[in-house]
Design a protein around this ligand. Structure first.
Ligand SMILES: C[S@@+](CC[C@H](N)C(=O)[O-])C[C@H]1O[C@@H](n2cnc3c(N)ncnc32)[C@H](O)[C@@H]1O
Length: 306
């Protein structure tokens, strides 16, 4: 944790006063994201480039516009996941990097695109993508169609052992820092019905909950005031489970578009009550600077001891 904190201080700052942080964000010039932040395409299949990875992602504007009771914003590709994935790939495997080839990551509200899992997820030992039930099948489809033949799927778990040959048009060099054995898993975690303790993904063998999560990440999941508490409660629960079993807290990364002041304020206030917070505002990468600019912010946190 100490090395990650030193990395956070190199590329950002510790947020000591949340009101000041809120004021700083609101007084920075920030053009609102076009189309709310999702990538507009007339086609249902969209090419997406993330670093060396070239993906083809199905999206469903029909599902986005449907009146599904659980809400379906995850049916399309949201732009923020692309620069965030590039940022994580660029910050991979150095001595104080957030992630390395032995890491386990829990992604909350992953959406159906699979952008993070298909890129950063291929470099770590275990990537667990989670969302509501309606997203499960579309996400499995995007993962299946974009992962190479070396990956096999059973019950929402994609596993690969041995050398990696990711599918894609470009040749991808994964010879360094790729795990020799890795998995990408899809699970249903609805923040409003969370009970991670009884979720089989968090158990191994017959013992209690003992999964060690190194990072919890969520991209563009802060947009609805009613969902803020359930989302943060889920981060707290996952952090506590890792701490109980392993004595360390995972790093929580939250990338959000700044759309509504009240949503931002509600999120930051609750998050800072429970987590030590950093803002990452440097070295986010060219794509973040060019395409997202000041309209989105990236915060990191560790659960406070209490
Ligand atoms: C704006 S989308 C972002 C999706 C994805 N992270 C991305 O960047 O493409 C918000 C995501 O939050 C998910 N979500 C909304 N309510 C949820 C809940 N109660 N539990 C879990 N996920 C939820 C949606 O299904 C959707 O995938």
């Amino acid at each position: 944790m100490a090395t990650i904190e030193s990395r956070l201080s190199q590329i950002g700052y510790r947020v000591e006063d949340i009101d000041e942080e809120f004021y700083n964000i609101l007084t920075t010039e920030r053009p609102p994201p076009a189309s709310l932040g999702f990538i507009v395409s007339k086609d249902d299949k969209l090419p997406v480039t993330v670093g060396p990875f070239e993906l083809e992602v199905h999206q469903s504007k029909g599902l986005l516009n449907s009146k599904h009771e659980e809400g379906t914003t995850g049916a399309v590709v949201w732009r923020l996941s692309i620069p965030l994935a590039e940022f994580l790939l660029e910050n991979f495997s150095s001595s104080n990097a957030f992630l390395n080839s032995n890491s386990t990551v829990l992604e909350l509200g992953s959406g159906s695109s699979g952008v993070m899992a298909l890129t950063v997820g291929r470099k770590v030992k275990r990537w667990i993508a989670s969302d509501i039930d309606a997203i499960y099948r579309p996400l499995i489809r995007n993962l299946s169609e974009n992962l190479g033949d070396e990956w096999s799927e059973k019950d929402g778990m994609f596993t690969q052992t041995g050398g990696k040959k990711p599918k894609g048009k470009k040749k991808v060099n994964t010879s360094t820092s790729s795990p020799t054995e890795s998995s990408i898993e899809v699970v249903v975690i609805n923040w409003e019905q969370t009970d991670l303790r009884s979720n089989s993904v968090f158990r191994s063998g017959t013992g209690g909950v003992n999964m060690k999560i190194d990072m919890i990440v969520c991209t563009d999941c802060v947009y609805n005031i009613a969902l803020i508490k359930p989302l943060i409660d889920t981060m707290v629960e996952a952090s506590r489970l890792t701490h109980e079993a392993h004595g360390v807290y995972p790093l929580v990364l939250v990338a959000q578009e700044v759309r509504a002041d009240d949503v931002l304020e509600a999120f930051l206030t609750t998050f800072a009550e429970l987590f030590e917070v950093w803002r990452i505002d440097r070295h986010l990468g060219g794509k973040w600077d060019r395409e997202v600019g000041g309209s989105a912010v990236l915060h990191a946190g560790f659960l406070k001891d209490n």
